[in-house]
Design a protein around this ligand. Structure first.
Ligand code: THU
Length: 121
């Protein structure tokens, strides 16, 4: 979670003003960070969680233990459905920790948040 707070500092969110940081821990123990990156063409924005997973893939790690997410709003920040689908591709059993502004933490499993994922199988 500490790494998610650090990652949030890198958010590029001039349009929403809502910063998100994510820290994804691989099976190796290494942690990969992401922050949301917005665009003037709003729909091109990429969430913190997907930036983290893409960073990990590009470092050669494809199996993951847990994800921590830290947003800048008042309440808990839960990963969006698109990010859950991307995470499920690599880690259907992922543990997900979400936090609020008071550094309270809620633990989930990916399957709690997205019980059915799209699959070609
Ligand atoms: N955002 C994330 O980074 N992760 C989420 O799970 C949901 C939303 C970002 C996208 C956008 O830059 C900002 O939060 C407001 O929607």
């Amino acid at each position: 979670m500490e790494q998610a707070y650090q990652a949030r500092e890198f958010a590029y969110a001039p349009y929403s003003g809502f910063q998100v940081g994510a820290a994804l821990q691989g099976e190796s123990g290494r942690i990969y960070k992401g922050a949301n990156v917005e665009n003037a063409s709003y729909g091109l924005t990429v969430c913190a969680e997907r930036i983290a997973v893409f960073n990990a893939i590009m470092a050669g790690e494809t199996r993951f233990k847990r994800l921590a997410v830290a947003g800048s709003g008042e309440g808990f920040v839960y990963p969006c459905g698109a990010c859950l689908q991307v995470l499920a591709e690599f880690a259907p059993g992922l543990e997900i920790l979400v936090s609020d502004q008071h550094h309270r933490i809620q633990p989930f499993h990916l399957s709690d948040m997205l019980p059915q994922t799209f699959s070609l199988r």
